[in-house]
Design a protein around this ligand. Structure first.
Ligand SMILES: C[S@@+](CC[C@H](N)C(=O)[O-])C[C@H]1O[C@@H](n2cnc3c(N)ncnc32)[C@H](O)[C@@H]1O
Length: 246
């Protein structure tokens, strides 16, 4: 039942706990979840910025997600580039305990696999963590913090895995800088605001659930050089045609 709903990218899987993701975002996150789970059989997940646990609720309920680490220092207020220069976002009563209580009430939740860390990535040594397969970045929405979180994820992945970013429009500058310095990564945008970066793994775009969420079908970032980028764009287009025929 859970598996059928996940495969159908049923956004109501994310109805149990409040989340700041739109419905298209939810479908994209479920598509990544489903594709990674099917490919790896079981997988581990690291999230930076969890608030009430909205983006964790399908993961606690899926037995194929073996381990979850939630990194969130729970500041009283945080700078936020979407609110203009000097803007701050506040998350009233933002607490790890509230998140744990809400997630524990999700049908099928296994809370034993969830570890919470009330620190920022600037206070954690990446090698202290078990290597995750997937990271999701949705913490402080500033250029500096997103770049720091992305570099942290790249290191903790050890050259193999997937990093997804939320709120692409707000943090696009940091993502662009990260892509330029991550020379072996490929990236693409899923609806509505989810940027995905893949390191050293076959692309998830061979999974039609992910490919169908592409915001700009046929468009992929591969910052090798101008020559390297062209075959990749063509390859994605060929992939789209194959998926359309299937
Ligand atoms: C947009 S909310 C996360 C929403 C959640 N991912 C969801 O979809 O429901 C942002 C969260 O980032 C956390 N945060 C703030 N500064 C942070 C930092 N430096 N590192 C990690 N998380 C941070 C806040 O405490 C807040 O819980």
């Amino acid at each position: 039942m859970f598996r059928d709903r996940l495969n159908a990218l049923d956004p109501s899987l994310l109805d149990h706990v409040e989340t700041q993701t739109s419905y298209p975002d939810r479908r994209s996150l479920l598509a990544l979840h489903a594709a990674v789970a099917d490919r790896l059989g079981e997988f581990t997940y690291l999230e930076i910025g969890s608030h009430k646990g909205g983006s964790l609720q399908a993961l606690v309920a899926d037995e194929r997600c073996r381990r979850i680490v939630s990194v969130d220092p729970r500041p009283e207020r945080q700078p936020d580039d979407s609110l203009g220069p000097g803007g701050f976002a506040t998350y009233p009563n933002n607490s790890t305990q509230e998140m744990l209580d809400l997630l524990a009430a999700v049908p099928g939740a296994d809370m034993t696999k969830l570890e919470t860390i009330e620190l920022g990535t600037d206070e954690i040594t990446p090698t202290d963590l078990e290597r995750p397969d997937v990271c999701f970045i949705d913490g402080e929405h500033t250029h500096a913090a997103v770049l720091r979180d992305a570099r942290f994820c790249r290191e903790v992945l050890g050259g193999r895995g997937v990093v997804a970013f939320h709120d692409f429009s707000t943090v696009a500058g940091a993502i662009r800088e990260f892509m330029h310095e991550s020379r072996r990564a490929r990236g693409y945008l899923l609806r509505d605001q989810v940027w995905v970066v893949e390191f050293g793994v076959p692309t998830l775009l061979t999974d039609s659930r992910v490919a169908n969420q592409l915001k700009r079908p046929g468009w992929m970032w591969r910052p090798l050089n101008a020559v390297g980028a062209v075959p990749l764009l063509l390859r994605v287009n060929r992939l789209r045609k194959r998926l359309r025929r299937a």
